[in-house]
Write a protein that binds this ligand. Structure first.
Ligand SMILES: Nc1ncnc2c1ncn2[C@@H]1O[C@H](COP(=O)(O)OP(=O)(O)O)[C@@H](O)[C@H]1O
Ligand SMILES: [Mg+2]
Length: 399
């Protein structure tokens, strides 16, 4: 695969250019998705001359990389500007799985070395509850998991990152306005989360739903969505948290990438339904992994059938989706939450089903246990690349 952009100058023999000059120019070519330059990421592979044409080799994570032409164009532009260089040709190749693994390592290390300054303690486990699609129950899973963890006496932060479609305040029956106060620890003025006691534990919640209409308009005027989440991460006085759960907006867009960059230690809990076509879900999960390079802590299957009052199970939305997805992305199923009116009723009344008796409550209890039993976070740097490969293999097998 080659793409070349010619410049009009003609040269009689091969020009001379140093490796240092080429690498230095290429350090300004940044892979926007990985947030690092192509030299640092090991994508630049070297150059040669074909008479007067400077041929540059660039390895991409996938031959079908949507950024291929952008990267080629940037490379051509940067190198074409070097003294004595006439024409530039970019030769793209595809990385081997091992090379991809190394690339993801570098990207993660880089993100970890430049994190956003937050007031989230290092010991806090950060879980971003995500899915490729809206309406699968992310918010319901988030608030019930948060309530279940708090009921164990833990302090749980809950960041409602669904800026445009927030539902956490209603689901927890919380109202009020966020106030700012000078923090005792560093004297900065910080936003105080609203709190709710659950047993001996506590929820600390931040949501767009807690901004006054004036604050809200300031946010909308001045800040992009991603900035709002950054605001919540940087300027909230979370205090000492055992867990921080992030209720993600639907989709796999900017907020996911932003979170990956701002909080590289965050892990995703992917919510799915039993029915979503495995291939579609796998592709979305791959997309999230590729864009966000966040580790996946596990999968939750929601709406996993309905248990009627006689105890019979009706699998209204099919079955097996959670297990299939977990297998395809090399993760595991944390829990299966049945469809139960108490979940939606609890969402409307602000009383999470996890805190009441019932089959959904039992299932959320399984989820709480599974989350408490997660292995401590270690540098699982190969994870995203492994996910990518697994997904790609699964897709190839289906094709
Ligand atoms: N297990 C469940 N049983 C019954 N209703 C559910 C369940 N999970 C979610 N719901 C309902 O489905 C709708 C969408 O759930 P929600 O948590 O808002 O999804 P998301 O945050 O992914 O958009 C809500 O009305 C919610 O009450
Ligand atoms: Mg939601």
């Amino acid at each position: 695969m080659t793409e070349s952009i010619s410049k009009s100058e003609e040269y009689g023999s091969s020009p001379v250019v140093s490796e240092a000059a080429v690498t230095s120019a290429l350090r300004s070519v940044v892979d926007p998705e990985l947030g690092a330059d192509i030299v640092e990421l090991g994508m630049y592979r070297g150059f040669s001359f074909d008479s007067d044409v400077l041929v540059v080799e660039v390895a991409l994570t996938t031959a079908a990389c949507p950024l291929r032409s952008q990267i080629s164009r940037d490379v051509t532009e940067r190198l074409g500007g070097l003294p004595g260089i006439g024409r530039v040709q970019v030769k793209t190749t595809e990385m081997s799985p091992e090379e991809k693994r190394r690339l993801m390592n570098r990207a993660r290390a880089r993100a970890a070395a430049n994190p956003t300054h937050t007031h989230i303690p290092d010991r806090t486990r950060v879980l971003a509850i995500s899915s490729g699609k809206g309406g699968v129950g992310k918010s319901s899973v988030t608030v019930n998991l948060a309530a279940g963890l708090a009921a164990r006496g833990l302090t749980v932060g809950l960041l409602d990152a669904d800026i445009a479609g927030f539902s956490v305040p209603r689901m927890l029956g919380m109202q009020g306005e966020l106030a700012a106060r000078r923090s005792e620890s560093d004297g900065k003025i910080l936003i105080q989360p609203l709190t709710k006691a659950v047993g001996t534990g506590e929820l600390r919640v931040v949501s767009m739903g807690f901004l006054s209409p004036e604050d809200e308009s300031v946010m909308w005027r001045g800040l992009m969505l991603n900035r709002a989440v950054q605001h919540f991460l940087e300027e909230v006085d979370w205090g000492d948290l055992d867990y921080l759960l992030v209720d993600m907006p639907p989709g796999t867009g900017d907020i996911q990438m932003g979170l990956a960059r701002m909080l590289p230690r965050a892990e995703m809990v992917i919510v799915t339904t039993p029915a979503l076509a495995a291939q579609k879900v796998a592709a979305r999960a791959a997309d999230m992994a590729r864009k966000g390079y966040l580790r996946v802590a596990g999968v939750v299957e929601n709406m996993s059938g309905f248990v009627c009052s006689h105890g019979d199970l009706y699998e209204l939305f099919g079955s097996g989706g959670g297990e299939r997805l977990a297998a395809e992305i090399g993760s595991h199923l944390l829990a299966r939450i049945p469809i139960e009116p108490a979940v939606s009723a609890g969402g409307d009344s602000g009383k999470p089903a996890a805190l009441l008796a019932g089959t959904a409550s039992d299932a959320f209890e399984v989820l709480v246990e599974a989350v408490l039993a997660l292995e401590p976070v270690t540098e699982m740097s190969s994870c995203s690349a492994r996910i990518l490969d697994t997904v790609r293999n699964a897709l190839a097998a289906k094709a």
